[in-house]
Design a protein around this ligand. Structure first.
Ligand code: AP5
Length: 229
């Protein structure tokens, strides 16, 4: 059964959308269902920052200001990651690509590695909802499980339901940094919507809906027979 679902993805899935749109929440579900890696560039950078690597040292102040980390650093990190054997059956990108040069480089890499064209799902949500989602977000320090103090609180305040780990607030989830992140998204990432639409690989979903409805929209796209509607 697991083998069949692995074969069913066999491509890159890209979750595109503003910060706080729910990309990470849905990417975890899709990766679990298809048994493929969930590749969050934000998560990779935060791990580098915690373990004090050179990349983490460079990225931390940029992330805490709400700006994007330079393309060359991101591309090196991503290319190393998708060259690993566990990516052979496909993978889910959350937070990558975020600029036109990143998207163009990814297209070249996918082609070189004989992957089918990616499936790109655009999460459409208004800014006022994003602010509430990000200021309310708490993440487990141990397993990266995602909660929201307004909409999806843990059973015990401050503790993860799954492993009891401490729930923390991200340094970039303060309102002044969120405003910068939204501006960076508008400036540098939003143009990718038209880039992928023009390539015929974009699907748009209403990500302002409740969690179950968003999950249903994502899986409807991924379970659709190959070939577009
Ligand atoms: P990154 O970690 O990628 O953050 P982001 O894109 O800003 O996205 P978020 O993680 O904030 O949101 P999300 O869409 O995953 O939402 P989530 O599921 O958590 O990037 C951080 C930084 O790293 C960047 O600013 C940049 O500096 C750097 N970086 C990363 N990648 C880069 C790249 N490629 N190039 C350059 N720099 C890069 O959900 C949010 C909240 O909403 C949660 O509390 C959740 O519980 C809740 N929620 C989710 N879905 C719903 C729903 N349907 N209804 C109600 N609440 C919901």
């Amino acid at each position: 059964m697991a083998l069949e679902t692995k074969k069913a993805l066999a491509r890159a899935v890209i979750f595109l959308g503003p910060p706080g749109a729910g990309k990470g929440t849905q990417a975890r579900l899709v990766a679990g269902e298809f048994h493929v890696p969930h590749l969050s560039t934000g998560e990779m950078l935060r791990e580098n920052a915690v373990s004090g690597t050179e990349l983490g040292r460079l990225a931390r102040p940029i992330m805490e200001s709400g700006s994007l980390v330079p393309d060359d650093l991101i591309l090196r990190m991503v290319e190393d990651r998708i060259a690993r054997p566990d990516c052979a059956n496909g993978f889910v990108f959350d937070g990558f690509p975020r600029t036109l040069p990143q998207a163009e480089a990814l297209n070249r890499t996918l082609e070189r590695q004989d992957f089918a064209p990616p499936v790109v799902i655009f999460f459409r949500v208004a800014d006022d909802i994003l602010m509430r989602r990000m200021t309310g977000r708490r993440t487990c320090k141990v397993g990266s499980e995602i909660y929201n103090i307004y909409d999806f609180p843990p059973k015990v305040a401050g503790r993860c339901d799954v492993d009891g780990g401490e729930l923390i607030q991200r340094a970039d989830d303060r309102p002044e940094v969120i405003r910068e992140r939204l501006a960076a998204y508008d400036r540098q990432t939003k143009p990718l919507v038209e880039f992928y639409r023009s390539q015929g690989v974009l699907d748009e979903i209403d990500a302002a809906a409740g969690m179950a409805a968003v999950t249903a929209s994502v899986f409807a796209v991924l379970h659709r027979p190959k070939g577009r509607p």
